[in-house]
Design a protein around this ligand. Structure first.
Ligand code: BGC
Length: 623
């Protein structure tokens, strides 16, 4: 993923409006047929756990609350952790915790629960030793069944748990009237793997397992230690017309979908989400060279008829209707039309409408399919985090979403950080703070950006997109496949420092403070190719934070971003010096070294040394 960051926006800090966190992860389902008597509830409680070594770790919990009794106009859910777990933060409810006792109260938009209706809540927590499930839940003081089973009374949650304790959520119910579930009739994520025909679920990642690409898996598992990650769901890139049919060695679109049916049949009652990257615009990768594609700048007609149309025809095959197909739309394209019009090819793609029309066409065709979920690429904080780029990109995305007969209803959400390395969270950088009397934004690394990390950027950009006219229930994805930045245990590392900071620096010199405190240890935020020192990031996780549909691995770890020297090829791929470790840079990366690994093959090809490095430097570490 390339991108030309905007440099030196030397202007006064103006607080961004609309940064309030919105709540979108929850969803409500309408009842099918329901026999009922007042009161009653049923709970489905699932977790996604990860280990951080030494018998501790974190987890994301999903609680689907189903009202099996009379209609409710408000509700309070209580449960207790049985194994010493602690609550950190939650969404889609107002959460509080006191010791083991956890309380969630309804927000405005999900307080009405009709008979048979469900709502999905989420939270993050920590575990030590193991992570046993709570066995007893109450809703408005009434004991719930779990998965239809009545719990033993001795283990019931303490209804007297103090609701006053701290762990208050970031979600602000009153600030999110826009997250009205009425705009998003959704199937229950846990109820069935078959969405109601013609109705998309609010978050296609909830209640689903992720498709494991056998092609990527076999490369990953062949690497020493690769079995630790080989079963991770990664994006399937349709990066040329021939990728649709596949070859004797690479599965085509139908082969992947057929395999997805097999994996769906084997995963119990969960749904299955399969992610395709739609990546073949005319004049692709206009500001860089490493991922130039097969279609010339004027080949929009071929893009439509030889690429999008056949993809849409296959995805629309009714035998795939129960799969949740995520389409990640055209990496880097639209942001390039905002920030890189000084590059001739980008100016051409802007004036001939190739990108805007191509994206509009793809959204319209794919969005019409009832089980396809479109997420448009929207750069990353190190590209669009300045206000000269932030708002104009939202405007450009809307223009594309409404081109070629498309409407915003074809857009399920957006993705940030695709194939990039930006840290998910910078816990020791307060973007609006000061160090030694100087604003943090003035630091060389930050360069007046309004964001220091992807999570804050993605959440704020989501709000800006809603303001622009996208639906209020859109969700964001963040590619975390290579933004882990654990300790750099495998050389080469970046020059700044080799250990992941575990505390804020004590320096009062701004640049020293930032450089010692930052998780992202690139030489410059503008570096994007095969970064030395990077590690795999958060494993794919559904609904990890407010407004975020999932952390995903779209760039398959181990696939190169570009060759470190010129390698002739028949894919249209060029040689971009940002992939050459000896390159001393340009104005887009502050004339810094590229930070790229040596001996890289062309983009998309397997790069074993990079895969090994990404595993060694993973954060959370691989167990
Ligand atoms: C390449 C594609 C490849 C993708 C995933 C891109 O940079 O241009 O050919 O499929 O990365 O690795």
């Amino acid at each position: 993923m390339k991108f030309p960051i905007r440099l030196s926006a030397r202007r006064k800090a103006v607080a961004l409006s609309g940064a309030t966190t919105l709540v979108v992860a929850g969803l409500i389902t309408l009842p099918a047929t329901m026999a009922h008597a007042a009161p009653g509830c049923d709970i489905t409680y699932t977790t996604n756990d990860w280990s951080e070594g030494a018998g501790t770790g974190g987890f994301t919990g999903t609680v689907v609350v189903k009202n099996t009794g009379d209609a409710l106009t408000n509700w309070t859910l209580k449960f207790a952790f049985p194994g010493g777990q602690t609550f950190t933060q939650g969404w889609s409810a107002t959460w509080s915790a006191s010791g083991a006792n956890v309380t969630a109260t309804a927000l405005d938009w999900n307080k009405n629960l009709a008979t048979g209706a469900s709502t999905s809540l989420g939270f993050n927590g920590r575990w030590t030793g193991s992570n046993p499930k709570p066995t007893a839940f109450t809703l408005n003081g009434v004991t719930c069944t779990t998965g239809g089973v009545t719990p033993s009374p001795s283990t019931s949650a303490s209804p007297s748990a103090s609701p006053s304790a701290s762990a208050s959520p970031s979600a602000s119910p009153s600030s999110s009237p826009s997250a009205s579930p009425s705009s998003s009739p959704s199937a229950s994520p846990s109820a069935s793997s078959s969405p109601i025909p013609g109705v998309k679920v609010d978050n296609p990642y909830v209640g689903a397992t992720g498709y494991v690409n056998p092609n990527w898996r076999s490369k990953a598992i062949a690497e020493p230690g690769g079995s630790r990650v080989a079963n991770t769901s990664t994006g399937v890139w349709l990066d040329r017309i021939a990728a649709i049919a596949g070859s004797s060695t690479t599965m085509g679109l139908r082969a992947h979908l057929d395999e997805a049916l097999v994996q769906d049949a084997a995963n119990g009652s969960a749904a299955l989400t399969i992610q395709f990257v739609i990546y073949n615009l005319p004049g692709r990768d206009c500001s860089a060279l490493a991922s130039n594609g097969e279609l010339g700048v004027d080949e929009l007609p071929r893009y439509k008829s030889e690429y999008i149309d056949p993809i849409a025809a296959i995805m629309a095959d009714s035998k795939y209707r129960n799969l949740r197909i995520v389409a990640v739309i055209e990496i880097d394209s639209l942001p390039n039309l905002v920030t890189n019009l000084n590059v001739a090819k980008c100016a051409t793609m802007n004036s001939n409408g190739g990108y805007v029309k191509g994206v509009g066409y793809a959204l319209n065709k794919l969005g019409a399919i009832s089980n396809v979920y479109n997420y448009i690429d929207s750069g990353h904080h190190g590209w669009l985090g300045w206000d000269t780029n932030f708002g104009p990109t939202a405007v450009k995305l809307k223009e594309a979403a409404t081109a070629e007969g498309s409407t915003v209803n074809n857009v399920h959400g957006f993705i940030t950080n695709t194939a990039n390395y930006s840290a998910l969270v910078e816990p020791y950088i307060n973007i609006s703070g000061t160090i030694g009397g100087q604003p943090v934004r003035q630091a060389k690394w930050i360069d007046w950006n309004y964001y220091a990390d992807e999570l804050s950027f993605a959440q704020a950009f989501r709000n800006r997109l809603v303001q622009e006219g996208f639906n209020s229930n859109i969700g964001m994805l963040i590619d975390t496949s290579r933004n882990g930045w654990g300790n750099c245990v495998q050389t080469p590392c970046q020059s700044i420092q080799t250990t992941r900071p575990t505390a804020a620096s004590t320096s009062t010199v701004l640049d020293t403070y930032i450089n010692q405190s930052r998780i992202d240890r690139r030489i410059h935020l503008g570096n994007w190719c095969n970064q030395a020192g990077a590690g795999m990031g958060e494993r794919p996780t559904a609904a990890p934070q407010s407004g975020i549909d999932a952390y995903v691995w779209i760039k398959p770890p181990g696939e190169s971003d570009g060759s470190s020297s010129l390698i002739p090829n028949d894919e249209g791929k060029g040689f971009d010096r940002m992939c050459d470790p000896t390159y001393t840079g340009n104005e887009r990366n502050g004339n810094s070294l590229s930070g790229a690994l040596p001996n890289a093959p062309i983009s998309g090809q397997w790069f074993s040394a990079q895969f090994q490095q990404l595993m060694a430097n993973a954060y959370p570490p691989l167990s």
